[in-house]
Design a protein around this ligand. Structure first.
Ligand SMILES: Nc1nc2c(ncn2[C@@H]2O[C@H](COP(=O)(O)OP(=O)(O)O)[C@@H](O)[C@H]2O)c(=O)[nH]1
Ligand SMILES: [Mg+2]
Length: 288
């Protein structure tokens, strides 16, 4: 990669991450400062944290000019946080995201960025299910089973041929974000499927690359019947969004809102909400 490398915006969604986030911020800020020739910005997107994640982020902001944050009091979910973060897309040529727990090391994320920078695809995503991937500590057996079942539903509904839609590390060109923004409706963990399907439907290319992954303890994602039902419902909702019947289902909105409330899940966004792209205000202005 040359000195004219594309600028990069990396989003890290964070919920109650005071214990895991600090070293990850240091590792990413250091690695990209030394190894990435383009402009690099890292934005942590917090919401509703009940611990001192914000303190950890502020301390990292003191150490690294590349780090800043967005903070939302409402329980907008991981997908909701990423939707908000993606509104910063005009700041960079490439936009990506990664989990706060360090499951994806900076080297593996940089590999995605370089592939996207070489124009190998419009959107490059890490895959734990490809030959060549190195999974150091795997998820629990139940999580792996649920993940494969979820994958079967994703393939059945959307036929994308993507082996791992859920790995938390993805990078895309700014144009992808700008094109799919009004289609980003799911604020829960099915958000990734929403993003990838919208990108493919808009004609963008998606490339999976083998990755390095170390599952971390201290997951912030409750894995139970309620979350599984939530994910399935969201997939169904996404399928309907792209069907001719979608407009007819509008009267069911209150019922849908009730179900998501019962599931304790962030509700999907309406088309009006999704097409409202107000500029997000960063903790540090963009020249920082
Ligand atoms: N902003 C925000 N981030 C979240 C929320 N839930 C999970 N995350 C983040 O999503 C990422 C993945 O969560 P993690 O606990 O590692 O999930 P797991 O590894 O799949 O069990 C982490 O960066 C979390 O902090 C949320 O409600 N809001
Ligand atoms: Mg994790």
């Amino acid at each position: 990669m040359t000195a004219t490398a594309p600028s990069l915006l990396l989003l890290i969604p964070a919920y109650n991450e005071e214990a895991r986030l600090g070293p990850v911020l240091d590792a990413y800020a250091e690695h990209f400062f030394h190894r990435y020739p383009g402009r690099f910005k890292l934005v942590v997107v917090l919401n509703g944290c009940r611990d001192n994640t914000i303190g950890v982020v502020r301390a990292a902001e003191q150490r690294y000019l590349s780090i800043s944050h967005l903070d939302f009091p409402a329980p907008i979910g991981k997908g909701g946080a990423l939707i908000e973060g993606l509104k910063l897309a005009p700041l960079a040529d490439l936009v990506g995201y990664v989990d706060a727990d360090g499951a994806t090391p900076p080297e593996a994320f940089l590999d995605l960025v370089e592939s996207c920078g070489r124009n190998e695809a419009d959107c490059v995503v890490a895959s734990r299910w490809m030959e060549g991937s190195r999974v150091n500590v795997a998820q629990t057996r139940d999580r792996r089973f649920a993940s494969r079942l979820f994958h079967a539903f994703v393939e059945g509904f959307f036929w994308m041929g993507i082996r791992d839609t859920q790995c938390g590390a993805k990078v895309m060109r700014r144009a992808v974000v700008e094109a799919v923004q009004p289609k980003l409706r799911l604020a829960d963990l099915a958000f990734d499927v929403n993003l990838l399907y919208a990108a493919k439907r808009a004609g963008f290319t998606v490339l999976e690359r083998p990755t390095v992954w170390t599952d971390q303890s201290g997951s912030k994602v409750a894995f139970n019947f309620r979350t599984s039902l939530n994910m399935l419902l969201s997939l169904l909702r996404l399928r309907l969004l792209y069907s001719p019947f979608y407009a007819w289902l509008r009267p069911l909105r209150p019922l849908e809102a009730w179900v998501y409330r019962k599931l304790n899940a962030p509700p999907p966004r309406t088309s009006e909400e999704a097409s409202r792209v107000e500029p997000a205000v960063l903790s540090r202005d963009e020249r920082g």
